[in-house]
Design a binder for this molecule. Structure first.
Ligand code: N01
Length: 552
């Protein structure tokens, strides 16, 4: 048994790292447990070729340290995985975090000990850690989904998953490579894999709506403008639905890549004539379709945009059959997380790339030598799963969490995640989730969402200690009212149309309850609600006073 910390944090991605720094600064003893061998979370595991962030790096960065903001330089506007991992490592070194992080430590059970009001965490190696507070900083997209395909274990070649990519260089030269999956990961990886492999086979179940990413190198003047304006930018982030300031540097350099962030200047596609719509796309590209407000709420506007998108694919992809197969028809723009690419469609014009449409010729089995579809066998040396994650709830349910009186989180969440503000669950006192279901999380600039949650949790712990409060947990009423609100605001958006099957809804995992998990009401509205809850004396939470026996 180790010396008891005040707080145990599970995970040393950006959330766990900032949690460690923030809680330590407020005088708490903190222990972080991390399954990987180093810091970085998502950016530690997702090392596949082409991996990069789709939020501008000057915004996808921490605002808690002005010195860090000033010292760090980003080489690209939207950074690649190695640069973001370098940033994570820099933070670990700069704030001397590694001493309180135990790496290569997978937590296998998180159990509330009722008699002592503390959390006991057990690791795969059998170590036991205990603390009054437990913070699950386990990430929203951290449990890779490897679908159970017939013959799935029989492939004799090299098998990889984009979300568990090896540290060592993977040499694909001269190899026949297959990729299953065309979400963000697949779309980023495919153009890079095509450059390396002898033959690339893309096994596509659903075509994707993807638009070109901004690929600008960072200009010194742009970086300096941001550095000069960071306080204003951080404030702007706090008032933007997606946690992105959309700050335009004073020298007029524009960021043209759309984000999922709210754009006040969005207009309606229905207000334009067919000719005007085409002119807009001709001059601004397919990205323009994402800037129309009504595309996200009006099914008629949505279908107009979808058809214009398909027109664009037909223009970009030379072979008409391939273009048709790459064009989504059974769901609309705005249903899934927007995908951004670099040369995705052009990749299908290469001689060494073959699209295998699994809707036309379903995958029958994985064999020792490749993939058998209803039409033929594709012989492969390497099989890459770009099949996504058990998102938002996966890591929490896998951690085997047991709350008061032995209640399991898996049982509590059997019909879908139930939590108050995505921060806490009734029956699980003093356990906090960072960017949990019911919070803006994946719909927000993740670093902004993380800072807000960690600050809220840190302030909450200070309040508990200062007021001799033993435990905090939400009331059942507050929890169910919040979930009802989360569902209400998602209604009527393209996210929840019956034709939409996204990981936001859990629809990518067989048997997972179909619930829209993130909070779509916008980050500022959410943040204000969190602040109001505190101002009203932790409204919706039950606070239990410290008893003599448990004062340790
Ligand atoms: O995962 P996905 P992802 N047989 O779930 C297919 C973030 N991210 O890793 O659509 C055949 O989106 C599946 O097909 P279908 C970002 O938030 C960000 O790509 O279910 N195919 C789909 O094509 C993103 O949204 C960045 O029919 C199967 C693909 O696998 C999230 O991570 C980069 C299958 C999975 O797509 C997840 O993205 C990367 C089966 N049995 C990731 N099962 C950036 O910042 C699944 N598929 C840019």
């Amino acid at each position: 048994m180790q010396q008891r910390p005040d707080v145990i944090i599970v995970g040393a991605g950006f959330a766990g790292m900032y949690g460690l720094h923030r809680f330590r600064k407020q005088g708490l003893k903190v222990q972080v447990l991390e399954a990987g061998s180093d810091v970085g979370g998502t950016w530690y595991w997702n090392r596949y070729p082409g991996a990069r962030c789709d939020v501008p790096s000057l915004e996808y960065s921490f605002g808690f340290s002005e010195e860090l903001e000033q010292d760090w330089d980003w080489p690209e506007v939207f950074s690649a995985q190695p640069d973001i991992l370098r940033y994570a490592n820099h933070i670990a070194d700069r704030f001397d975090l590694r001493g309180d992080i135990q790496f290569d430590t997978r937590v296998t059970a998180v159990t509330y000990v009722d008699e002592q009001n503390l959390w006991r965490l057990t690791t795969e190696a059998g170590e036991v850690f205990e603390a009054r507070y437990c913070v699950m900083a386990t990430g929203c997209l951290s449990v890779p989904n490897k679908p159970k395909l017939p013959g799935g274990e029989s492939f004799a070649g090299l098998e990889l998953h984009t979300g568990l990519w090896p540290k060592e260089t993977v040499d694909l030269a001269g190899k026949r490579v297959g990729v299953i999956g065309t979400g963000s990961s697949g779309v980023q990886a495919i153009p890079e894999l095509a450059k390396q492999a002898a033959e690339l086979y893309v096994f596509q179940r659903s075509p994707v709506y993807t638009v070109p990413a901004n690929r600008k190198l960072m200009r010194d003047s742009v970086q300096q403008s941001f550095k000069d304006s960071y306080r204003k930018i951080r404030d702007m982030q706090q008032h933007n639905a997606g946690g992105v300031s959309n700050f335009r540097p004073s020298d007029g350099v524009k960021q043209t890549t759309p984000t999922t962030a709210y754009r006040p200047d969005r207009n309606n596609i229905m207000a334009l004539t067919p000719e005007q719509r085409r002119q807009r796309i001709a001059s601004r590209g397919l990205n323009e379709l994402l800037n129309f407000r009504d595309v996200y709420t009006d099914p008629v506007a949505n279908e107009i945009a979808n058809e214009l998108f398909r027109e664009g694919v037909r223009y970009l992809v030379h072979d008409p059959d391939t273009a048709a197969a790459l064009s989504p028809t059974d769901y609309g723009l705005g249903c899934k997380r927007q995908v951004l690419d670099r040369d995705y469609y052009d990749t299908f014009n290469r001689d060494n790339v073959t699209l295998v449409d699994l809707q036309a010729t379903p995958l029958e089995s994985v064999t020792a030598t490749g993939i058998q579809t209803s039409a033929q066998e594709y012989e492969l040396d390497v099989l890459i799963y770009a099949t996504g994650f058990d998102a938002m709830t996966g890591a929490l349910l896998k951690a085997n969490i047991r709350g008061r009186e032995g209640q399991t989180l898996n049982d509590k969440w059997r019909y879908g995640p139930v939590a108050y503000l995505g921060l806490q669950m009734q029956g699980f006192p003093n356990l906090f989730t960072v960017t949990g279901p019911g919070s803006p999380s994946v719909l927000c600039n993740m670093l902004v969402a993380i800072e807000q949650h960690i600050d809220w949790i840190g302030d909450c712990i200070t309040f508990l200690k200062q007021n001799d409060i033993e435990t905090i947990e939400p009331t059942q009423q507050a929890e169910s009212d919040w979930i009802a609100h989360v569902n209400d605001v998602a209604e009527g958006t393209m996210y929840t149309t019956p034709s939409c099957n996204s990981w936001y809804l859990g629809a990518n995992i067989p048997g997972k309850p179909r619930i829209f998990m993130p909070y779509v009401g916008g980050y500022p509205r959410y943040r204000e609600r969190c602040e109001a809850v505190v101002e009203n004396g932790y409204e919706g939470f039950t606070l239990s006073a410290q008893t003599q026996e448990t004062v340790a």
